[in-house]
Design a protein around this ligand. Sequence first.
Ligand SMILES: *Cc1c(COP(=O)(O)O)cnc(C)c1O
Length: 193
Amino acid sequence: MFLTYASPVGNYFKQDKTPLSLYVEEEEVRAFSGGVGGVKSVSNYGPVLKALVRAKSLGFSDVLYLDSVNKKYLEEVSAANIFTLKGNVISTPPTSGTILPGITRKSIIEIARGLGFQVEERSISVHELTEADEVFCTGTAVGVAAVGSVTYRGTRFEFKVGENTVCQALGTTLVGIQTGLIEDKKEWIINIH
Ligand SMILES: *Cc1c(COP(=O)(O)O)cnc(C)c1O
């Protein structure tokens, strides 16, 4: 049986508009090449629950996972994709099998290109966080969520949040298209009669 249902849902993070504080996980990896990290399978969430609980107990909003081979490149957050902004360039890790190819990620890439940003899907070293202007996460449950800080090996890197950020512009555009406030030129909206 194939069942589709619709249900209203609140933001995955309880503090809706508060910027996220992420903790870079170095012990546990979320997914590995040849595994099932690229699909939305329940098997991807159980194994990293310990890391998530640990990060939350330390006061962080979520975990930022690194790649399993080098433990150096950004992968994604527990249930959201990650983006960085530097100048006019927006970067996000490639969907090469170990991250979930989110529909929000895909939509934001298109919206950002439409707004004139250069979008690169490439490996992002954790060290690049030292120079990012903004960092944000995307997902159905989080929308486009600003990341206020990422903590890596005891160092907390902070990023621009709030009004007049690229993160906010992208989020407003996405919600605008979803709610009909902004004209949908991409045929994303399907009217059901
Ligand atoms: C759901 C999810 C995302 C976001 O995917 P969307 O299709 O944008 O909702 C990203 N990463 C993981 C691990 C997820 O479970």
